[in-house]
Design a protein around this ligand. Structure first.
Ligand code: XMP
Length: 523
């Protein structure tokens, strides 16, 4: 299979670059800029893309690359910092720009360059840089400029080297996708052999051959990753697979039953399904615990314990399934440069006391949107495939302070109303706007229970009840986020319904905080 490499200099959009390439049906992997040149050569990529990065490439100790990277005979495209590194390493000059350029910027391109085929001469791009290429490297010519940046893009067509100062990978550069497409097809000569429809079939065959008549164990959470992994395994080896679903009592309203409906004995798949109702056990462990990290730890560890106990009943298995996806691989530092501090996002690591030979990670190479495509191809219900992200510790980190069964009930009910009303408002909007989604539609939204109680009045009675916080964010990668502009009327409806329908709540707050400084979850 043909492959393009993304060489990561620590930019925030590294995964986005890879996703954009894959959207063009070209397989793509992310590697750190520290990857030795021999390894890069051995992978025989069709093309190489250098990402943005946070530093100045002319500073002492800044991330860089070997000039040999540009002599492999493989087309290279540098983006932002990547463009500057390429220029500097090849003999050009990079300096602090007289004017910093940030945001939507008018761009004039020379559409005689293969990079800009089909791109209008006047367009816009997303800029974000302090430094600029002040002198081109020998053999390069400028192929795009803005009002203040003479080299917004450059090419050395003979050597197949291209540099772009702006960010074609973000949606704010409307022609950016076309530019990346031009690079992978016209310049690298890719044919586009990465398709999700055959992925499922290929994977099922591969798993069947690997597993043979072995036994397989899978921890199913009901989230899209573990669901798709479980269905792939079920299609490959049927009842050799056992799925253990731990209901920790911190799921969203009715979620446990919904998972059982799909995967349980009356569901659609051929597998052994074990549901463990561990709600009381969790509430017991969490009683009196207020500190967020402690709660996360307890929830994670308890999951492992429950899972191990079930595994023990089953006995030795050959394989353990993990729903690891490509961003997990990159973020754990194995792929790119950004070893993001996300250790807390793992539900609790691997069980120590489960007897298995090997781990199977059927989704290890896929991005989330690709996992969803595979899920749809496998016929998994849409409400599971398009489920919004839900943290491993569940409602445990959406209840500030101590978790109790009563607080879980409150947050579940409030959250169900919030989700129902957002879905309703989005559907109405779509109907009135030719099927288009509203721009305010959040990428993640939920209700959380603040630990604050305040005085209110209901009928003629004084109340002293909890405040619910509504959270809704727009985000691309969940690393940074803005609060979503949910229409006020929708928020009012949600407020009215929660106050009227959820006992124990007398105040609703909307969380406006962006990330940073806030995180998406409240704990
Ligand atoms: P934060 O709160 O860190 O969340 O801004 C970013 C994204 O990650 C999800 N999240 C988690 N997911 N286990 C998970 O599987 C966790 O412990 C966890 N904490 C946060 C969060 O829902 C958001 O999508």
């Amino acid at each position: 299979m043909e492959k393009v490499l993304v060489i990561d200099f620590g930019g925030q959009y590294n995964q986005l670059v890879a996703r954009r390439v894959r959207e063009n049906n070209v397989y793509c992997e992310i590697y750190s800029y520290r990857t030795p040149i021999e390894e890069i050569r051995a992978m025989k990529p069709k093309g190489i893309i250098l990402t943005g990065g946070p530093s100045s490439c002319y500073e002492e100790g800044a991330a860089t690359c070997s000039p040999e990277l540009f002599q492999l005979g493989i087309p290279v495209l540098g983006l932002c910092y990547g463009a500057q590194v390429m220029s500097l390493v090849l003999g050009g000059k990079v300096e602090k720009a007289p004017v910093r350029e940030y945001g939507h910027t008018a761009l004039t391109v020379d559409n005689g360059s293969p990079l800009f085929t089909g791109v209008p001469e006047e367009t816009t791009c997303w800029m974000s840089h302090f430094d600029y290429i002040s002198a081109l490297a020998p053999g390069f010519r400028s192929i795009a400029h803005t009002a203040v940046t003479p080299v917004a893009a450059a090419e050395n067509r003979e050597e197949n080297l291209y540099a772009i100062q702006f960010h074609p990978e973000v949606l704010h550069t409307p022609e950016g996708s076309k530019m990346l497409r031009n690079f992978v097809y016209q310049i690298c000569g890719c044919s586009g052999d990465w398709r999700m429809d055959d992925f499922a079939e290929r994977k099922i065959k591969e798993i069947r051959e690997k597993v043979g008549d072995g036994k397989v164990l899978c921890a199913l959470s009901g989230g899209v990753d573990s669901s798709v992994a479980a269905v792939l395994l079920s299609k490959a080896v049927g009842r050799q697979l056992t799925c253990v679903f731990v209901d920790h009592g911190l799921l969203r309203k009715n979620e446990g039953d919904e998972v059982e409906e799909v995967f349980g004995p009356d569901g659609s798949y051929d597998l052994n399904f074990i549901r463990v109702n561990a709600q009381d056990r969790y509430y017991g462990k969490l009683a009196g615990v207020e500190e967020p990290e402690k709660k996360r730890k307890i929830i994670g560890e308890e999951f492992i314990r429950v899972f191990e106990e079930e595994a023990k009943k089953i006995g030795a298995v050959d394989y353990l399934v993990q729903g690891t996806i490509y961003p997990d691989v990159v973020e754990s530092g194995l792929g790119g440069e950004s070893a993001v501090i996300k250790s807390h996002h793992n539900v609790g690591g691997l069980p120590d006391h489960v007897d298995f030979r090997e781990i199977i990670e059927p989704l290890r190479d896929l991005f989330k949107d690709e996992v969803r495509k595979v899920g749809l191809a496998l016929g998994i219900p849409e409400h599971l495939v398009f489920r919004q992200p839900f943290p491993g510790p569940g409602l445990g980190i959406r209840i500030i302070g101590e978790v109790t069964a009563e607080k879980v009930r409150i947050v579940q009910d409030a959250d169900a109303i919030y989700r129902e009303e957002i879905a309703k408002a989005a559907a109405e909007w779509k109907e009135q706007h030719d099927g288009k989604m509203p721009s305010w539609i959040p990428d993640q939204y939920f209700a959380a229970l603040t630990n604050m109680r305040s005085v209110g009045v209901m009928g003629d009675e004084r109340t002293y009840d909890y405040a619910i916080a509504l959270r809704a964010v727009k985000t691309i990668d969940f690393m940074t986020a803005e609060s979503a502009e949910i229409p006020f009327s929708v928020l009012q409806t949600v407020m009215n319904r929660i106050i009227n329908e959820v006992r124990g709540v007398n105040r609703i707050l909307y969380d406006l905080t962006s990330k940073p400084p806030g995180t998406i979850e409240l704990e």
